[in-house]
Ligand binder design. Structure first.
Ligand code: NI
Length: 394
């Protein structure tokens, strides 16, 4: 591992930041229920010279820190936990039954709180305005969209936004920063196939919805293999199928549920359009009725080239290790909504413990845990980034 340079103003706060993360880990709350979480954050930052707006997007909050003339940038952390019963044996295990910070959002909040305190106490390092965005409900409920609707990017207008995700698929000490798409769009759909049931021995006169569904499932994969540019990633997965009651009865209805992923908005749209066309075509071919409900959920997360350069310069002052591709996945993130409005960059901070293989402790698993040294590393990158974006007048 190359040398890591934890920023001195963060090194002084490292134990505090770890303490924040452990408290938040013990007290997880689901999306749009982060009431105690918000209260805890506000309590810990109450001595800082900032203006706090709460509640925003139901349970979120924003702290605005001003320090002379200069542009305004935003740093964002998500707040929600997952409906998972923690099985790991750690002293800071979740005290809320069936709820767990299994994605690292506890760490994201702790990093942002530490960054906030460090920048409040060290104002000679920077000049301008910083919005500290604590956003609820990242996991599927679109807290970011609501924050934007309630004006988080306005008054003062945010010129650039940055966020990070602790990343257990990479070891502590490495950072992923890359221009362009880094996470995929994440849409969902539900297809209902309706036909005519009957006796399994007498298919004539029926419209067999299981047979139709089989054709449909295979045909949908042709969108990826035949319609999408082979150099562009895309995924269609059917995760749920339900239909039929007995081995000798032809089912009159089948429902299918799935998700789609893409890196480019035009591919997200192409997949949507082609699913509809294939459903219509298969329905006409077999005489079934096919209804599709398609939900455009998260757009792809796309990093701005110039802001990524700024982020990469900040990262290089902390570590040289691991910039680049290994961090890319087809997961989704509602950071995407901010990055559609203003330029910015979403980074990945390797958080797997050195003895873990990348698949050992994945996100959303019931024994998820991080190498806590990644917290000070993430906060150091935020501080370097602020110095990069909001340099003090000399
Ligand atoms: Ni997450």
């Amino acid at each position: 591992m190359s040398e890591l340079r934890i920023h001195p103003v963060i090194a002084a706060l490292e134990d505090t930041i770890i303490g924040y993360r452990r408290y938040l880990h013990q007290h997880p709350e689901l999306g749009f229920q982060e009431v105690e979480t918000a209260r805890y954050i506000m309590d810990q930052i109450k001595d800082a010279d900032i203006e706090i707006f709460h509640p925003m997007a139901k349970t979120g909050l924003v702290g605005i820190m001003r320090n002379g003339h200069g542009p305004c940038i935003a740093l964002r952390a998500d707040m929600d936990a997952l409906p998972i019963q923690e099985t790991g044996d750690v002293p800071y295990k979740s005290m809320n039954d069936g709820v767990m910070h299994a994605c690292g959002h506890d760490g994201h909040m702790a990093i942002l709180m530490g960054t906030l305190l460090a920048l409040d106490q060290n104002r000679s390092l920077w000049q301008g305005t910083i919005k500290f965005v604590f956003q609820p409900a990242e996991e599927g409920e679109g807290g970011a969209e609501l924050m934007i609707k309630e004006g988080v990017l306005k008054n003062p207008d945010v010129q650039a936004i940055f966020g990070l995700h602790l990343w257990n698929y990479q070891t502590y000490g490495t950072i992923g920063v890359k221009s362009g798409p880094v996470l995929a769009s994440a849409d969902s759909f539900e297809i209902t196939v309706r036909g005519v049931g009957g006796h399994g021995a007498m298919p004539q006169g029926t419209v067999d919805t299981i047979h139709v569904s089989a054709q449909l499932i295979l045909a949908l994969q042709s969108i990826i293999s035949r319609n999408l540019d082979p150099l562009q990633p895309g995924v269609i997965s059917i995760g749920q199928i339900q239909g039929g009651n007995a081995f000798n009865i032809i089912a009159d209805e089948v429902s299918l549920k799935g998700t789609t992923r893409a890196y480019r908005p035009e591919d997200q749209q192409l997949i949507h359009t082609r699913i509809q066309e294939i459903c219509d075509g298969i329905a006409a071919t077999y005489g079934a009725k096919i209804n599709i409900e398609y939900r455009d959920s998260y757009p792809p997360t796309i990093n701005d080239p110039e802001m990524t350069e700024a982020a990469a310069r900040a990262v290089r002052r902390v570590t040289e290790a691991g910039l680049g591709d290994p961090y890319l996945t087809m997961g989704g993130e509602d950071m995407a909504f901010y990055l559609r409005e203003v330029p910015g960059c979403f980074l990945f901070v390797g958080s797997a413990k050195p003895h873990h293989k990348s698949s050992d402790v994945p996100h959303h698993c019931s024994h998820f845990d991080i190498d806590e040294r990644s917290l000070a590393l993430g906060a150091s990158i935020f501080v370097e980034l602020v110095q990069e974006m909001l340099p003090p007048a000399s």
